[in-house]
Design a protein around this ligand. Structure first.
Ligand code: NAD
Ligand code: DAU
Length: 351
């Protein structure tokens, strides 16, 4: 039996992960520590909120005392750290909170795990690792920076982050690595490409475009719209983390991608087509500062070592996602709070 601390489990990927894992592993206990920032939404967890192996704790990963008390009270054996400020545009406006949550918060979790697990001998390390005692850091392909028209990110690609967000994630990755090297903390780092699917906050490209199309608003495409991202369905990301949790070799980094490169403008056009809307709704707007041109993940390590591969076909996954947003317009209404709208105005008015 494992006692798994999932941080940021009320957000997009964390909630999809918990909805999948809590039912799949009834013998394990899952503790969801989430601060419920603008991006955290407990409605995402309604399917599991009454399960006996699931507990929600509202709090900040930077809160040393709280984190230590959770480790002690629940005898935490595993950490899967999703908690983060995750939106690049927000990091360009206000880097401060990104450095605090994404770097200092990760350090608080690492320190609590190190103290609880006391693993500084190789015997203890091996035993711990066999028993799934480990710290999984959910990171991003953005730590590698940007690609030209050729090549892909492998786990050996040097870190070269360009935005305050990606710098904060790269810094956290280095801290996680240091706790493995220095204190023998069993760790894995996963670096994933762009996720899409249900429950994604409508500040990110796909849900923002779906909602704007439905509301008859303009669809704001940054720059020339030719930037490329490698899209992965969130449920494929969840199965990949499950694989890493069960079979990942301690100390290893695993890239996770969808083998699915698309230019932003093509995604926006596809969404409009699927909704039967006119491409007149597209509006090219000022580019994002320091906008990374292309991301592409080389999946070969996780595919060959852990026998994971993505299962979704993008067009089907996108259709299902559009349908989910059509069926769950109340979900969107509930999260589109005054704060979000103020942010939205600051980001897009006069752009
Ligand atoms: P999200 O913004 O939807 O959710 C983040 C969650 O973390 C929210 O529930 C929020 O309340 C919580 N949180 C934020 N600060 C916190 C704090 N200080 N203490 C506790 N909880 C806090 O993010 P997401 O898209 O679900 O991303 C999850 C993780 O995956 C992040 O670490 C992100 O960097 C990484 N990632 C995301 C993508 C993507 O495409 N969305 C791709 C690769 C990696
Ligand atoms: O690559 C993984 C990363 O993917 C994650 O680490 C981040 O947490 C996640 O937010 C995402 O970052 P991106 O910046 O790639 O995602 P976003 O949805 O913000 O933008 C995707 C692309 O679409 C990007 O090139 C910018 C562009 N874009 C975005 C928005 C919100 C637009 O053209 N218009 C928009 O309004």
């Amino acid at each position: 039996m494992s006692n798994i601390l999932v941080t940021g489990g009320a957000g997009f990927i964390g909630s999809n992960f918990l909805n999948y894992m809590v039912k799949k592993y009834p013998e394990n206990n899952f503790y969801n520590l989430d601060k419920l920032t603008y991006a955290g939404n407990l409605e995402n967890l309604s399917l599991i909120e009454n399960e006996t192996n699931y507990t929600f704790i509202k709090g900040d990963i930077q809160d040393n005392k709280l984190v230590k008390s959770i480790f002690d009270k629940y005898d935490i054996t595993t950490v899967i750290n999703f908690a983060a400020e995750s939106h690049v545009d927000r990091s360009i406006e206000n880097p401060d909170i990104f450095l605090k949550t994404n770097i200092l918060g990760t350090q608080v979790l690492l320190e609590a795990a190190k103290n609880k697990w006391e693993l500084n001998s190789s015997d203890k390390y091996d035993t711990a690792y066999k028993n799934n005692v480990k710290f999984i850091q959910v990171s991003t392909d953005e730590v590698y920076g940007t690609l030209g028209s050729d090549g892909m990110f492998t786990e050996a690609t040097p870190l070269n982050p360009n935005s305050p967000y990606s710098v904060s994630k790269a810094s956290a990755d280095l801290l996680v690595r240091a706790y493995n090297e220095t204190y023998k903390l069993p760790i894995n780092i996963t670096r994933c490409s762009n996720n899409y699917g249900p429950h994604q906050f409508p500040e990110k490209l796909i849900p923002l475009m779906i909602n704007n199309a439905l509301e008859g608003k303009k669809l704001p495409v940054y720059g020339d719209g030719q930037q490329i991202r490698d899209w992965l369905h969130v449920k494929d990301h969840c199965t990949a983390i499950d694989k890493v949790y069960n079979e990942g070799i301690s100390g290893e980094v695993y890239n996770i991608g969808g083998n699915n490169e698309k230019a932003n403008i093509d995604i926006v056009k596809l969404i409009l087509k699927k909704l039967g809307k006119s491409s007149d709704q597209i509006e090219f707007v000022t580019d994002r500062l320091g906008h990374d041109r292309r991301y592409a993940i080389d999946n070969s390590k996780i595919t060959s070592d852990l026998k994971w591969e993505p299962s979704y076909v993008f067009e089907t996954g996108l259709e299902e996602t559009i349908q989910w947003y059509l069926n769950n317009q109340n979900w969107t209404k509930h999260i589109v709070t005054g704060d979000y709208m103020n942010y939205y105005k600051a980001m897009y008015n006069n752009r």
